[in-house]
Design a protein around this ligand. Sequence first.
Ligand code: NAD
Ligand code: MG
Length: 407
Amino acid sequence: MSGDPDVTFLAGALERRLTILGSTGSIGLSTLDVVAHARARYGANSFPIEALTAHSNVDVLAEQARRFRPRLAVVADERRYADLRHALAGEGIETAAGPASVIEAASRASDVVMVAIVGAAALEPTLAAARRGATIALANKECVVAAGDLFRDALDASRATVIPVDSEHNAAFQLLDFAQSHAFERITLTASGGPFREWPRERMQVATPEQAVAHPNWSMGAKISVDSATLMNKGLELIEAHVLFALSADKLGVIVHPQSVVHCLVSYCDGSTLAHLSAPDMRTPIAHALGWPTRISSPSLRLDLASVQHLTFEAPDLERFPCLRLAQDCLHAGGLTPTILNAANEIAVAAFLGREIGFLDIAGIIEDTLASRHRDMAECPSDLAGILAVDAEARDIAHRFCRARAA
Ligand code: NAD
Ligand code: MG
């Protein structure tokens, strides 16, 4: 690092080797934006990269690899391997393909693993990073929801540290005084309310994928955008907070806050409530997670409260947004109900994005899937094989309900 005193102070953070799982998605791109900003500001050696992985977008992955010089580039879809090898021929960058290679990328020595894969596909790579004691910058929430106990056990058994990247949880992580955990009274996650916050149900039934992904405040991948429109995103986040912070369901709440300026509120037993504020820009929590415990500069938008003017809050409407209620039920029921909730949601959202079902069918399919599995739930083991089996079965059942509704 250069002799700039600012940089000398930060060297410990900036020298950390980084692996990005899901580098071609919304969070992946924002992460590389933070890295580019750090390299421009603090020196070209900042955040050397061990591995970049993507599902199938070889063009973007190869372009990122040429620019950011990882040691390894992985495409999960084996059919794209020849294209990746061709695109990176002569660059001196190792290439690999297949889901096992994504797990291998997470297993290779690096200091920080950014988990920016969407869906439960992140589970095994995240467990691999946890087992070797990496610092995990965790954007993905589905793997925490699908495998809560397993995830917690893997963390407890290793030296791994999780820094939440999901904006509400990153805010909570900054607000929670873990030495005073007896004093935590309530954590309230804020929800923007999504694009259909004021829509009546009749209009929601005919909502198109384009309308659902047009989020008012955040620019995100398609799946999480639909989750924000159904409020399932907030439901998944309640379960995520329960697992990450070991807080009981009765201490976790949700409030709708359309401006997305306040991300989380933490209330203590003396009556104090602390809030975390920032402009709605994921590069802020990403920079916090990459630098932690050091603060590093981020290119993110800065908060200008004078132009925001009003911060408003309202209770969520569980009638119009039943997905939040379903997730709350699973949070209370525990066991593998969150695994089923998450799997059914992934299938239903994909079917909605594929125009096979209507927007309100998403909640119906999840509810039906949960009901059809409810009897034998208690018997399912919560080890990896048990979770993967329940996840696969729930997906099959949800697929069937999707086909029935599409017919
Ligand atoms: P995205 O769809 O834009 O990107 C997903 C990334 O995962 C891509 O790089 C894709 O290639 C990769 N991927 C997809 N399926 C894969 C598979 N089967 N195997 C390996 N890689 C695969 O998604 P996103 O919006 O960046 O969200 C990523 C995760 O972060 C999600 O879990 C989401 O809930 C969470 N998150 C996102 C935001 C946001 O602002 N986008 C905010 C908070 C949390
Ligand atoms: Mg969030």
